[in-house]
Design a binder for this molecule. Structure first.
Ligand code: GLC
Length: 416
């Protein structure tokens, strides 16, 4: 078996077993419906962004429906944006008025979500933005929506970032004390670097007082999993919108890692985006991730009516159909030391080796190095035997001409 990562501060056994989670990016940017960075991309002032706050009324919001869609997709945990970069808060924070209860939604939207997902057996994670483009003390830097408005910058030179940091830490304390046991705190993101002209510098671990922030979180939730984007590595590394080519390493050592991915390239609801990944690609991404010892956190950006859009529901259902038959080739599995044939991936859980076939070959699949090591082989989808021959160190699987009617066929190999 592969070299395992060193222990980390948080409790990660469940995480590396469960492998598959739902990311949720939801906030008033869903009303703009053109990416969660819309305020930055279009350099929208607070005044002009206020219309999304004033019209945010997710009347169809049903967190139980969300939780069931995730559970049926085979997802075992979820991470939701408590606050994104625009500063809007989903919960009834006592530290700001810029929150869901003060929109036409008229209520805390986070508490019922946590309750619904817990009721369906999923573990709970909060994505919390370190960045805040609404807070009056957040200094105007190269990412701020008002970065090109010199009059605004000049009028806001007095901002005291330490007051924002107090707010940041205060809200982190709310998140780890108001919602019961939290399993993941997913901070996002640091961007250190000098200021330019009137623009304030970027922000990194010292600016956030990240050491204190992490200590605060762990004081309340010692086992919580914390990511790496405060710039102080904790439990998991978080490659984003890419598929690593191998087990993610830091200083040459394997680490616990989670790739976060979208259906369409946008995290927040993006109505006119047509770049939606098809189900086979999404299933292959999940398999590829686990074959390299990682987790997949797959994102949905709900609409401002409070629903997962049909394109997301279709994909979650398609992934769920594959997971219904194949989840034991994902849960509890990790990278194998055996080398998979071309267009295939291996995942392994002890004496069970799973051969995921991305391109179904004609009649034979040759696996070097496996001869003499396999007691039995079957198609996982219907437990039908796959017979094999051996010559030298090569094991040759005899396949039906017809690919099984599943998006990615898997052959379950029972090792001796
Ligand atoms: C990037 C984006 C942010 C998104 C995050 C998800 O940091 O800035 O919008 O929430 O990726 O990993």
């Amino acid at each position: 078996m592969p070299v395992l990562p060193d222990p980390t501060p948080g409790k990660t056994d469940w995480f590396v077993h469960d492998r598959f989670g739902l990311f949720i990016h939801w906030g008033i940017y869903a009303a703009a419906a053109r990416h969660e960075w819309v305020k930055n991309r279009e350099q929208i002032s607070d005044e002009d962004y206020q219309k999304y706050f004033d019209h945010f009324d997710p009347d169809l919001y049903d967190p139980t429906a969300w939780a069931r869609a995730a559970k049926n997709a085979g997802m075992k945990y979820f991470v939701v944006t408590s606050k994104h970069h625009d500063g809007f808060c989903l919960w009834d924070s006592k530290l700001t008025d810029y929150k869901a209860p003060n929109t036409p939604a008229g209520r805390d939207l986070l508490a019922p979500m946590v309750e619904a997902f817990r009721a369906e057996g999923l573990k709970v994670g909060f994505y919390h933005s370190l960045i805040d483009w609404h807070h009056p003390e957040y200094t105007i830097d190269r990412l701020h929506p008002m970065r090109a408005n010199e009059d605004f910058i000049r009028a806001n030179q007095h901002r005291d970032f330490s007051k924002y940091v107090e707010y940041l830490h205060g809200q982190a304390r709310e998140l780890v004390t108001m919602f019961g046991p939290i399993d993941i705190m997913w901070f996002d993101f640091s961007y250190p670097g000098p200021g330019e002209g009137l623009l304030a510098p970027g922000k990194g671990k010292d600016d956030w007082q990240a050491e204190k922030l992490i200590a605060l979180v762990r004081e309340h939730m010692p086992d919580v999993i914390i990511n790496d984007r405060t710039q102080i590595p904790q439990d998991i590394r978080t490659p984003e919108q890419v598929q690593p080519t191998e087990w993610v390493k830091v200083d040459g050592k394997p680490v616990i890692w989670e790739a976060c991915q979208t259906f369409s390239g946008s995290w927040g609801y993006d109505r006119d985006n047509l770049d939606w990944k098809p189900v086979p690609m999404l299933v292959q991404m999940l398999i590829d991730t686990v074959s390299k010892g990682g987790n997949l956190l797959l994102n949905v950006g709900p609409t401002a009516r409070g629903e997962f859009e049909p394109r997301a529901l279709e994909r979650l259902a398609g992934i769920g159909e594959w997971m219904r038959l194949h989840s034991r080739s994902i849960y509890g599995c990790t990278q194998s030391d055996f080398a998979a044939p071309r267009d295939c991936r291996f995942t392994q859980n002890g004496k069970r080796l799973y051969l995921h076939v991305f391109a179904w070959p004609f009649k034979h699949l040759h696996v070097d190095g496996l001869a003499g090591k396999v007691a039995y082989a079957q198609l996982l989808n219907d437990a039908s035997e796959i017979r094999f021959t051996e010559e030298g160190d090569r094991l040759t699987l005899n396949l039906p001409v017809q690919q099984p009617n599943v998006v990615v066929p898997v052959i379950e190999l029972f090792l001796k």
